[in-house]
Structure formats: structure tokens, C-alpha cells
Design a protein around this ligand. Structure first.
Ligand SMILES: *[C@@H]1O[C@H](CO)[C@@H](O)[C@H](O)[C@H]1NC(C)=O
Ligand SMILES: *[C@@H]1O[C@H](CO)[C@@H](O)[C@H](O)[C@H]1NC(C)=O
Ligand SMILES: *[C@@H]1O[C@H](CO)[C@@H](O)[C@H](O)[C@H]1NC(C)=O
Length: 594
């Protein structure tokens, strides 16, 4: 996956290429047509008639239509608007069991985000949350509070609007972390929405020494309301396309999870195993079985009214820090052996204890509640650890990053040239001496990669069903980034299919290690926010955790690992964070010998 800008460039490039391909074909055959046309109607009719039989076309009644459809490939006009509502193809796929259906309902209820009031009327910017007017305070009981390792630090965030007036309702999307640049330390904070314009941000104190609080407004509650509307009403805001080709005919049509059925005939590519829906508009001349590839088509523009656009301004109300009133720092003292339950302790008993999955110290991630972390700085230690293993990676480009990291860092791993397109895959690397196999394959539609061959489109659940598994098999799954434009039910359904396939895999081959990588934070500007906001991701992340809870899988908490780190958020986290993720997995496979 690329940045939006790169993607735009690419879409333009694709359009250009697409045009040129058709031109090439056309010029190649133009003379043929000319001859055909000159040699009269009979020959022409026969030619088209055989075409019709050969290509299983619906109707090829005249040259006029033929020419028309070739021209339609040139017209760069945008796709037709799709009018969707909340039930947007969410009922498709394998039937959920009663328990799964119940779980889904609870899950969606638990992820319901507070709505701003008043709901219907668009709020003028001046009455929306303004990070510059907002502030947070470290809560100190008395004035003499001391902080010890093992305690929790609580801060209170007061949100204000652009006029400086306190907000009276919740729903703002805030991020919080506690960190120490001196110690290379950082941990994610947990934010509790009190639904009255106040928020608590709570941090566990895990290291001794300095610690400083950072609170960021990602989006105002009013902006979140806009994102919610987009997610439910405009799942077509990223659109897809496929090229169909047979002989010298080629056509490109629009595709998506669901398409309105009343406009044009559809090709139905619903997956027979999972029931995952996928449709393209049927090409005018070609049959549905002539689909050559799948690609991201582009991004719908003009999604916002002018007033709404004001809610998405870089440097104003997208990912802007909130300042502290008073100090944002504390010094944490060594853990007290017999910490007396003094009054200040009882104050911090509320809210509940937060339990992050780990934290950084001296720049390396320490998992809490898992195995002790090891650092794999030396590629030979990695090959020792992976000796005899087959590692299968499935997902979006955040899974591909792991393949790329290992392939680049371990010289013994040689990439096997599968002649796959760059950045798309599938990819494979081997160390034949140590018998290590590494593979990457992207997940199925709605994958937003440049161009994936139709023959290479696979659903992760089906791939898992094709694995023998066992103690020498490691499976890595990272599926999230390309679901941000769809209602949550679409992601629930996809993960349910993957979850069932994992259960089957672990049943038939106990000892298989399944690693699930969660969503991560990314760089946001006004445009990226509408398609890929962290607000979409935080909800996907909530779904992912719930869907794999209770399953014997290793969760790599990319969310916290990017939140707690001092480097800027990026869709593709920098190598130092990827290394920490991979070290976490390798530490699990090859724990420290005691
Ligand atoms: C939403 O779409 C479904 C299926 O297309 C339709 O049955 C339903 O009436 C629609 N609901 C609304 C509120 O438009
Ligand atoms: C597409 O195919 C699936 C499975 O064969 C079927 O359940 C579904 O109804 C079809 N969709 C349409 C719009 O016909
Ligand atoms: C690995 O590298 C990091 C950073 O260079 C260093 O701090 C750490 O001590 C190294 N660990 C091992 C086990 O070599």
C-alpha cells in the first residue's frame, strides 16, 4: 500500500496505461476494421457473429454497439454514484451461528461511539472541539503526590470549542501516551470518555525516572460524526475495477463488494467457500469469465459539504496536541515494597486499572503478560530460530512489510523470483540450507493494491484451509487497512471466516503458530482522514481483538506499538517498529533459555 499521493499518481498512470493499451489494440486492429468495413456488411456480420459465439456475449447486434463499447473504455468519466444504506451487503457470507450473531451484536454495541448533540443540525465550526483551547491536567491528590512504579497516573482532559467554551458532550477521538525520550520509553494510555466534555487518560507507571504525558486530539466528535456517515453511506468512496480481455477485445468495468443491481447486468464473483461477495459490472461484449485482473479504481471526491470540510484541517483539528495546564511531567520513584494504602491510593482506584500489552524501554518493546522479549539483532540468530520453519504471511501491505524486513535483514534468505508485480506479490524467499520458507500473499478483495491478477485473488480463510499446518508452520495475518471504507459488519464477516479457518487449522494441526497483527496508527491529513482515518482503524482494531479473543493465537499489538513510539505515525511503520514486532514473534517462537 502507498501513500494517498502515490496512489493518486498511480491511478493517473493506470488510466494512462489503460488508455494506451486500448489504443495499441485499436491501432493494431484499426486497419482490420477498415478492411472489414470496406469489404461490406456480410463479412462484417459474420465476423461479429462468430465473435458473439466465441465470447459468449450477451448481445452484439451491430457494429455501432461494438464501437460504442470500445469508446466507453476511453471515457475517463467517474463511476456512477451508488446509493447505499446501512444494510450494504452485510448480510452475505457464511451464515453466522446463533452465538456468532449474538457476539456480533454485542461487539457492535460495545464499539458504538457516542454521538455529538445536537445530532441532526451541522454544528458551526466555532462550537466544535478545538485542541488549542483545550487542556489536560495531571491529577494530584493533595499537592504532595508521589509516583511509584506500579502506580497509575491519571490525567483529566477538558475539551473546549473554538470560542473557548467548555464542551458539554463526548465523542472526541483522543490518543494519549506516556513517554520518556531520555529513556527511550513509552506506553499507550487509555482514554475514558465521560461524555460531558471531560476525558480521563490513564497510564500505568512501568519505569523509574522521568515520564511525560502527551494527549492528542485526532478528530473532534463532530468530525467523527461525519466519518461515521461516510462509512455507512459511502462505502463506494474507494472504488475498484477489473480488466476483461479476450482476443483483441478489452473492457474495464467497476467492481465492489456490492453494486446496485438495477443499473447494468453484474458479474457475480461471490466466493463459493466463504460466500464473501464480490461483483463487477458485466462488460458489454465479454463474458464474466474473461476477468484478467483486479485493481483499485480510485477515490470518490467531493464527499463533504463546505461546513463539514472545516472539521478536517491539518494543524487545526486533525491530530493536534493538547497542552497541559501546569506540568506535563512526573518523576517516577522505585516501586515501594509495602505501599501503604494511603488516601491518594484510594483516589486512583478509579477508573479501573489499565492493562497495556507492552511498553518501550531503551527503544525495545517489552510485552507484558507474555514471554520475555529477546532482541534479534543478528541475522544468524534469526535463521537459527526459524530453522526448518515455513512462514506464511497473508494480508495487506503491513503484512508484506514483515516479509520485506526479513528478506532484507537475513542475507541467507534468497528471494525466489516468481515474476510477481512489485509490491503486489505473491512473494517467496528461501534459505535452503536451514530449510526456511517465507511466503507472502495479499488478501482477497477489497484489496486496494495496484493490479492483482484475477488468478491470484485468494481469500485468507481459503488459503488457511489449504495449509497442512503443524509445529513447523507459522502463519501471520494482517488484514485491516482496506476495510476502513466499509461498514463494520463487513470486517466482522471477513474475520469470522478467517477465525473459523484458524479454528479448523489449529484443530487438525495443533502446534501451528498463528500470529495476528493488529491495525496501526497512520499519518492523517484532511484527505486521508476520509478514507483511512485512525478512527476507522480503532474500530476495526476493536473488532479484531474481539474476534480473536479466546483463540490460541499470538496478537502483535501494532496499535500500541505505534502509539507508544516517539516516531511519527505512518501507515507503514518505520523499520525500527517492524523490527520490534518481528522480535516479539521470534521471542515467542524461540524464548530465552533460562
Ligand atoms: C436499504 O437497502 C436494502 C437493500 O437494498 C433495502 O431493502 C432497504 O429498504 C433499504 N433501507 C432504506 C432505509 O433505504
Ligand atoms: C451471487 O452468487 C451467490 C452465490 O452463488 C448468490 O448467493 C447471490 O445471490 C448472487 N448474487 C446476485 C446478485 O445474484
Ligand atoms: C540490539 O541492538 C540494540 C540497539 O542497537 C542494543 O541496544 C541491544 O543491546 C542489542 N541487543 C543485543 C542482544 O545484542
Amino acid at each position: 500500500m502507498m501513500t494517498l499521493e502515490q496512489e493518486h499518481k498511480m491511478v493517473l498512470e493506470l488510466k494512462r496505461q489503460k488508455g494506451s493499451v486500448v489504443w495499441k489494440n485499436l491501432s493494431k486492429y484499426a486497419s482490420v476494421f477498415l478492411v472489414l468495413a470496406l469489404s461490406g456488411g456480410i463479412l462484417l456480420w459474420r465476423n461479429i457473429h462468430t465473435l458473439e459465439q466465441k465470447l459468449n456475449c450477451q448481445t452484439v447486434s451491430a457494429l455501432y454497439q461494438f464501437r460504442n463499447s470500445i469508446q466507453s473504455s476511453f471515457v475517463p468519466g467517474g463511476p456512477p454514484l451508488l446509493y447505499h444504506n446501512h444494510s450494504y451487503c452485510v448480510h452475505l457470507g457464511q451464515e453466522p451461528s446463533p452465538e456468532e450473531a449474538l457476539q456480533e451484536r454485542f461487539l457492535l454495541e460495545s464499539l458504538a461511539w457516542p454521538e455529538p448533540q445536537p445530532r441532526a443540525v451541522p454544528t458551526p465550526l466555532r462550537q466544535t472541539s478545538d485542541p488549542a483551547h483545550s487542556q489536560f491536567t495531571i491529577i494530584r491528590a493533595g499537592n504532595i503526590r508521589k509516583w511509584y512504579v506500579g502506580d497509575q497516573l491519571e490525567t483529566l482532559v477538558h475539551m473546549h470549542d473554538f470560542q473557548g467554551r467548555p464542551k458539554r458532550y463526548g465523542g472526541d477521538f483522543l490518543l494519549a501516551r506516556l513517554h520518556s525520550p531520555e529513556l527511550g520509553a513509552g506506553v499507550a494510555g487509555q482514554v475514558f470518555d465521560r461524555r460531558n466534555g471531560l476525558y480521563s487518560a490513564v497510564f500505568p507507571l512501568l519505569w523509574e525516572g522521568p515520564a511525560q504525558v502527551e494527549v492528542t486530539l485526532v478528530h473532534s466528535s463532530e468530525a467523527v460524526a461525519v466519518l461515521r456517515r461516510l462509512r455507512e453511506e459511502r462505502p463506494d468512496r474507494v472504488f475498484f475495477k477489473s480488466l476483461f480481455r479476450s482476443g483483441f477485445l478489452s473492457e474495464t468495468t467497476m467492481c465492489n463488494l456490492c453494486l446496485p443491481t438495477n443499473q447494468q447486468p453484474l458479474c457475480n464473483y461471490t466466493d463459493p467457500h466463504t460466500g464473501e461477495p464480490w461483483y463487477c459490472y458485466k462488460p458489454k461484449l465479454l463474458g464474466c469469465d474473461t476477468r484478467i485482473n483486479h485493481a483499485k479504481g480510485g477515490y470518490q471526491k467531493h464527499l463533504l459539504a463546505n461546513k463539514e470540510a472545516l472539521l478536517f484541517q491539518s494543524g487545526v483539528n486533525i491530530k493536534v496536541r493538547i497542552r497541559a495546564s501546569g506540568s506535563d511531567r512526573v518523576v517516577v520513584l522505585p516501586e515501594e515494597k509495602d505501599n501503604p494504602e494511603d488516601e491518594s491510593t484510594s483516589v486512583r482506584a478509579e477508573p479501573a486499572r489499565v492493562a497495556p500489552s507492552g511498553y518501550y524501554f531503551h527503544g525495545s518493546w517489552r510485552s507484558l503478560g507474555g514471554v520475555a522479549g529477546r532482541q534479534f539483532n543478528d541475522s544468524s540468530v534469526i535463521t537459527q530460530c526459524l530453522k526448518g520453519k515455513m512462514v506464511f504471511m497473508y494480508g495487506d501491505s503491513t503484512a508484506r512489510q514483515w516479509f520485506e524486513y526479513l528478506n532484507a535483514f537475513v542475507p541467507e534468505l534468497k528471494e525466489f523470483n516468481l515474476h510477481s508485480p512489485k509490491n503486489v506479490g505473491p512473494f517467496m524467499a528461501v534459505d535452503s540450507t536451514q530449510n526456511i520458507l517465507l511466503r507472502f500473499r495479499c488478501h482477497g478483495p477489497p484489496i486496494r493494491f495496484s493490479t492483482v491478477a484475477a488468478s491470484e485473488l485468494r481469500y485468507v480463510a481459503n488459503e488457511l484451509d489449504g495449509l497442512a499446518g503443524g509445529p513447523d508452520t507459522v502463519v501471520v495475518i494482517s488484514v485491516w487497512a482496506h476495510f476502513s471504507t466499509f461498514p463494520l459488519e463487513v470486517y466482522v464477516r471477513r474475520l469470522r471466516h478467517i477465525r473459523r479457518a484458524i479454528v479448523r487449522l489449529l484443530d487438525r494441526a495443533p502446534g501451528t503458530l498463528v500470529v495476528v497483527r493488529s491495525a496501526n496508527l497512520q499519518a492523517l491529513d484532511a484527505e486521508v482522514s476520509l478514507y483511512n482515518s485512525d478512527w476507522f482503524s480503532v474500530q476495526l482494531d476493536g473488532v479484531l481483538r474481539a474476534m480473536f479473543r479466546g483463540l490460541d493465537v499470538l496478537l502483535v499489538d501494532a496499535w500500541e506499538m505505534t502509539l507508544a513510539h516517539q516516531l511519527p505515525h505512518a501507515l507503514h511503520p518505520p523499520p525500527v517498529i517492524v523490527k520490534n514486532m518481528i522480535d516479539t514473534v521470534l521471542s515467542y517462537i524461540c524464548p530465552v533459555q533460562s
